[in-house]
Design a protein around this ligand. Structure first.
Ligand code: ADP
Ligand code: MG
Length: 575
């Protein structure tokens, strides 16, 4: 947790203000009982009314001062803690945006979300508590003991009995409570995971009638969390009564022995009253310490989870000696590339070599799981190759700054993702400063302008979260338009025509051909009709290239290709 508090630096003066204010607040609280004993012992006993007024007013001032300090401390500690939370969330988000897909795979999206929200809130709360109690608890405990001893040293011996009893009670409760608090954090994570899966997969769950199954799964996680929370609360419920018991029994003992000492003339009434209050302060400071003991392990569990994210080093980093591309535009070349996903036993693609030039269309076809998506994800350097090289414009992608590399590429992912916002904003996502004409043109080519015109607000129609208010095919066309508006050197379409009907598919590819005359186009497809007229077809089979060539060449030479073709086209179409 201490490592996280580094990020508290910008709020240094707020923290300092809190500590100073708490210092003065504690001072005033330690001073008040003494003033009171003065009033009783000097003023009341001697019947000195002006003295009572004088000290009484002074007491009021001290109390008001203490109150002001307390309010100020609350205000500044809340400010420091929420600022700290803001900074931390920003740091985590900023760091996560530099992650390559490998790190996302490792931590998991659900956990990343819990870590940036719940875990940081947890730390924020503990921070507030620590700021207020860190100074107050020890100061009150030590100050209280000193003041009590100064009032009556003999009576102070009573603490030798009370303190160990109280400490033992706190120790026992903390020992039972702390592991439970740690467990709670993990169970919240689990609950979030189940909840998230249940919500994002709601369509699948409904269609497979798995609602009951999901409900059971959620209930299990929910009960698990509830059980642990109840256990914690049972333990904690003991805390207050035990503390109050110790407090009250101690008060009785103090008054009893104090009374005897007053009777014998060793002590004054005011001193006994003050003594009683110091005893309370000492015991409350111990309770505060015990609360910190319980809260801190819980927050440190959260801190560990946040540090895990912050300290994860992205596998993909810009080189320190970037090379710039010279003149060439849109050349993509794979040289004996092999790549495996982390932890996978077998490579997802092996020994891939080919090159693509501007003005050419390279199509990649093959069964599901044959490595098509993996292959193209290496071009924008979503992952780094294991062996071989991926060259863009003659330079190894690892030697190009990521920004420069990705600016060259218009990428349409297999799963179309739209953002909440209007259609226009979604298309402009590809190029921030695109003019209206460019946006319309891109939509036109992507065959999206017709359905956009059909929508009530046209380009200003709002896309719902996750793009649920447009069909699969419409989503695909919008994400194609988003890539086209970039005017990129290399276009990559990962199975982007699969949700389109044959007519739209053909129209789109014809328009695309015009538009991308000077760009390199790489199309991943399932349908033979989509790849027929490509300049080069790469046939993927079980992570390897089974053949490269035009349709006619492959029909002669490649068994895998022939199989795919026969499974899809009728005899006359093939001829
Ligand atoms: P295609 O696009 O041809 O259907 P992919 O390239 O998506 O195939 O997948 C190739 C292989 O890599 C599959 O066996 C798949 O299970 C595996 N794979 C894909 N993505 C990941 C990932 N993020 N982590 C681990 N393995 C993956
Ligand atoms: Mg794929």
């Amino acid at each position: 947790m201490t490592r996280l508090f580094r990020h508290l630096k910008p709020y240094g003066w707020l923290v300092a203000a809190v500590l100073v204010l708490v210092f003065f607040q504690t001072l005033s609280e330690l001073y008040l009982p003494t003033l009171m004993s003065d009033i009783v012992d000097t003023g009341v006993v001697k019947g000195d009314t002006p003295y009572i007024w004088k000290i009484g007013l002074f007491m009021l001032l001290v109390a008001l001062g203490g109150m002001a300090c307390s309010i100020g401390a609350s205000y500044f500690s809340a400010k420091a803690a929420s600022g700290f939370g803001k900074t931390l969330r920003g740091k985590v988000f900023g760091h996560v945006s530099n992650f390559s897909l490998e790190e996302f795979d490792k931590i998991g999206t659900a956990s990343l979300i819990t870590r940036t929200t719940n875990d940081i809130t947890q730390i924020q709360q503990v921070l507030i508590m620590m700021l207020r109690m860190m100074i107050m608890a020890p100061m009150m405990c030590i100050g209280g003991i000193i003041m009590a001893v100064s009032k009556d040293a003999t009576l102070s011996l009573i603490f030798i009995v009370i303190m160990p009893v109280l400490a033992a009670a706190i120790f026992l409760i903390a020992r039972k409570g702390i592991p439970l608090f740690k467990a709670i954090q993990k169970k919240i994570d689990k609950l979030n995971l189940v909840m998230r899966e249940g919500l994002t997969g709601i369509r699948v769950i409904r269609s497979f009638n798995r609602i009951d199954h999901e409900k059971k799964r959620f209930d299990a996680a929910n009960f698990d969390l509830t059980d642990t929370s109840i256990k914690v609360n049972k333990v904690m419920a003991f805390m207050m009564p035990i503390m109050m018991l110790v407090l009250n029994v101690s008060s009785v003992a103090i008054i009893w022995y104090g009374g005897l000492r007053i009777d014998a003339g060793h002590m004054q009434v005011g001193d006994l009253m003050a003594f009683l209050q110091y005893a309370m302060q000492i015991m409350f400071s111990l309770i505060m310490v015990s609360m910190m003991f319980v809260m801190i392990p819980r927050a440190s569990a959260s801190a560990v989870r946040i540090n895990e994210v912050l300290e994860m080093v992205p596998v993909i980093k810009d080189t320190v000696t970037p090379t710039s591309t010279s003149g060439q535009k849109g050349y993509v070349e794979f040289q004996n590339v092999t790549f495996s996903y982390p932890g996978a036993e077998q490579p997802a693609i092996q020994d891939i070599s080919f090159s693509a030039k501007p003005g050419e269309v390279t199509a990649i076809i093959g069964g599901t799981g044959s490595g098509k998506s993996t292959l193209i994800s290496l071009i924008p350097r979503f992952y780094d190759v294991e062996e071989g090289k991926v060259l863009v414009d003659g330079v190894d992608v690892r030697d190009l700054p990521q920004e420069e590399l990705r600016a060259k590429i218009g990428f349409v992912p297999q799963k179309a993702v739209l953002f909440t916002g209007t259609i226009q904003e979604n298309i402009r996502y590809g190029k921030e400063d695109a003019t209206d004409e460019e946006v319309w043109h891109a939509a036109e080519i992507a065959q999206a302008s017709d359905f956009i015109a059909g929508m009530e607000q046209g380009y200003d129609s709002v896309i719902a979260q996750g793009g649920t208010n447009v069909s699969g095919g419409q989503k695909q066309r919008l994400s194609i338009a988003r890539a086209l508006v970039r005017g990129a050197e290399v276009y990559i379409f990962d199975d982007s025509f699969s949700a389109l009907d044959f007519k739209t598919d053909a129209k789109l590819r014809a328009a695309l051909k015009e538009e991308t005359r000077e760009s390199t186009v790489i199309i991943v497809a399932q349908r033979v009709s989509t790849v027929l007229d490509a300049d080069r077809i790469i046939v993927m089979n079980e992570s390897r290239i089974a053949g490269i060539g035009t349709h006619h060449e492959l029909m002669e030479t490649c068994d895998v290709y022939r199989e795919i073709v026969y499974s899809q086209l009728s005899e006359e179409e093939i001829a």
